[in-house]
Design a protein around this ligand. Structure first.
Ligand SMILES: *Cc1c(COP(=O)(O)O)cnc(C)c1O
Length: 456
């Protein structure tokens, strides 16, 4: 799809719609000089080129990629109107698009008729889920794995909730016997499981956590901010059986968070939270003297903690899902390419004399380390940082990776022959979330091997 053409159509459509209203005078207060505009714009563009090339498969670092052209075109078309999805008063058209898009997200995860809405981010979506957790289980604490996102502890602090960090197994997944002992104390009101941890892409065994939590009267919230869209591959032979079971079990949780601005091809400003029980709306009840006047239907602001929210974000997601629906053949094809790339790279790294696989990838995040002589954490730490730096600084042929810090016990639990001469080390990490990573993989692998050879 040709982006320029659709951006222009968005502008044309807005102007045609505006022309259906009575003509009015533009005010000089907002007028800007065309030459000043050109100079400012040129400076903006030049400064933007100080970014990393997230669009290119040589960028195999953090969870970053540009939005789909459909999302950009949908966003622009709606942004010219600038609706606010807080209330039907502010976003009558885009609120309905939000409801339709949220229903599709819910169906993808097997939730029937939940309460849900988009948010500005996964962090805010998790904050809402933790707020509901606190209201539903007053006085009780939250259990989250040691590999869970750092914002859970921050948001719990904000909410005055006590947090227990549950240890993980040798694949970075929540340890069930540790969870069971914790639940037996009766203190835990909500277990936060993660499907797709940020560092390793590990998937907590939700299918085993749900029955365990239920036996102890605890709720289950799933942080699927990163991994939620892998539900499209839950039954696919590309996934491990246990991963597929965990992804399918999200259907039985109390709440779930998924970030369309991660794997849903959206620009930033698009998270989502869903609650299995539509009665959850009661925790959000509030009065507003300014809004909620144009309709007796519930407004999205009445079931969300945020006030203003971008209606354009809802329009962008709605249009994207219309073109790439939440099916195996639709958006699933994008996730499958990254997953295949991760599996193939894990195989290449496994056979490499220069690189070692930290652990098998469960999703599309590959973690690996340079093989050093001697094999010691201090050497691996230095070499990983060197590879990261050299890759980025190569002016002609750059490659962008990321690093993750792991503890000595976690490392030696996976690779017992490495000498633990530090209490932690940095390893390399690549998120292969662009389908373009698949055809580029051999080039990427050889580049990283060359960097590892030079860092020895
Ligand atoms: C990215 C992420 C978050 C935070 O979401 P933001 O949209 O960045 O605020 C939370 N949990 C997990 C597992 C994530 O990957």
């Amino acid at each position: 799809m040709e982006l320029k053409r659709w951006l222009e159509r968005g502008v044309d459509a807005f102007e045609a719609w505006a022309d259906t209203y009575e003509e009015y005078a533009a005010h000089p207060a907002t007028a800007v000089d065309e030459d000043a505009c050109a100079a400012g714009f040129d400076e903006l563009v030049a400064r933007l080129h100080g970014s990393y090339p997230f669009f290119h498969p040589c960028y195999a670092g953090q969870m970053l990629k540009p939005p789909h052209p459909a999302a950009v075109a949908g966003y622009l078309a709606a942004m010219l109107v600038n609706p606010n999805n807080h209330a039907l008063d502010g976003g009558p058209a885009t609120s309905v698009m939000e409801e339709e898009a949220v229903r599709q997200l819910a169906a993808m995860m097997g939730l029937e008729d939940p309460l849900g809405h988009l948010t500005s981010s996964g962090t805010i979506a998790n904050l809402e889920a933790l707020f509901v957790a606190r209201e539903s289980r007053p006085g009780r604490s939250v259990a989250v794995s040691a590999e869970g996102h750092y914002t859970h502890a921050r948001m719990c602090h904000l909410l005055g909730l006590r947090v227990h960090r549950v240890p993980v197994d040798d694949r970075g997944r929540m340890d069930l016997s540790a969870l069971e002992s914790l639940l037996a104390t009766g203190d835990v009101g909500t277990v936060v499981a993660t499907t797709g941890t940020t560092a390793l892409g590990a998937v907590d065994p939700v299918h085993r956590i749900v029955p365990l939590a239920r036996r102890h009267g605890a709720r289950v919230h799933v942080d699927a901010a990163y991994g939620g869209f892998f539900a499209l591959l839950a039954d696919d032979p590309l996934m491990d059986g246990a991963t597929g079971r965990a992804l399918r079990a999200v259907a039985h949780c109390d709440s779930v968070v998924v970030d369309p601005h991660k794997h849903g091809l959206q620009p930033y400003g698009c998270g989502a939270v869903l609650f299995a029980d539509p009665e959850t709306a009661r925790f959000y009840r509030h009065d507003s003297p300014y809004t909620y006047f144009t309709s007796d239907r519930p407004h999205l602001g009445e079931i969300s903690l945020e006030c203003s929210r971008s209606g354009a974000a809802a329009a962008a997601l709605w249009l994207t899902l219309r073109l790439l629906p939440l099916t195996r053949r639709g958006l699933g094809g994008v996730l499958a390419a990254g997953r295949r790339a991760a599996l193939r790279w894990a195989g290449l790294i496994g056979g490499s004399e220069l690189l070692g696989l930290y652990q098998p990838p469960e999703l599309d995040i590959v973690t690996y380390f340079p093989r050093t002589e001697p094999a010691a954490l201090s050497r691996i730490d230095t070499a990983s940082r060197e590879i990261l730096r050299q890759g980025m600084e190569d002016g002609r042929n750059p490659v962008f990776l990321s690093v993750a810090r792991v503890g000595a016990d976690a490392f030696t639990g996976r690779h017992s022959s490495v000498v633990p001469d530090l209490d932690h080390t940095r390893i390399l990490r690549s998120v292969l979330m662009k389908p373009e990573s698949e055809p580029y993989l051999d080039t990427l692998h050889h580049r990283v091997e060359d960097l590892a050879k030079a860092a020895r």
